[in-house]
Ligand binder design. Structure first.
Ligand code: ATP
Length: 149
């Protein structure tokens, strides 16, 4: 595990074309305008580290799924229990996939900008496939479950 900053561009997200840079992980929120890029300063994990942490994204570690993602419980050496989010665009059109990717990036942008006790912390991203992110593990489950009992 190493801490590096990486460059992401929305149009490359999902195709493995993002690049490491010395300056930082600049994430574009949707256009080629330089001003829309921001630095993502998180840990970087290899695909193997995340795969090992989740027994190759085994369904027994699946803890939830959202509109565009699956979330797995994982265990990372030196960090402990984490939630590994994997985007999945199975069965959706390219247009819908692009829309979901933008929403995902907005989530990353917001979480990267905020550190608050009640907001889940983004710990890291995958150095090889940017659709995989690592979050602190929340023991209380989803807000919906908390609200509906
Ligand atoms: N950090 C986490 N710790 C523990 N469980 C989590 C964590 N993040 C997500 N989950 C579980 O995975 C489920 C799916 O989460 P995800 O963030 O992908 O989708 P969502 O926010 O519920 O929906 P959407 O994708 O539409 O925004 C959650 O409902 C929750 O049960």
């Amino acid at each position: 595990m190493k801490r590096v900053r990486r460059f992401f561009n929305l149009k490359d997200l999902g195709r493995g074309k993002e690049k490491d840079t010395a300056a930082g992980t600049a994430v574009s929120t949707g256009s080629d305008d330089e001003d829309t890029r921001f630095t993502l300063n998180v840990e970087t994990f290899s695909f193997k580290e995340l795969s090992d942490a989740t027994a190759e994204f085994n369904d027994i570690f699946l803890i939830g799924s959202g509109g565009s993602s699956k979330v797995y419980e994982g265990h990372l050496p030196g960090i402990g229990k984490v939630a590994v989010k994997r985007l999945s665009f199975d069965g959706v059109s390219r247009h819908t996939a692009a829309h979901l990717q933008r929403g995902f990036l907005r989530e990353v942008f917001v979480l990267n900008s905020i550190i608050r006790p009640n907001i889940v912390r983004l710990i890291g991203c995958c150095s090889e496939e940017s659709e995989r992110l690592v979050y602190e593990y929340i023991y209380w489950g989803s807000m919906r479950k908390r609200l509906t009992g």
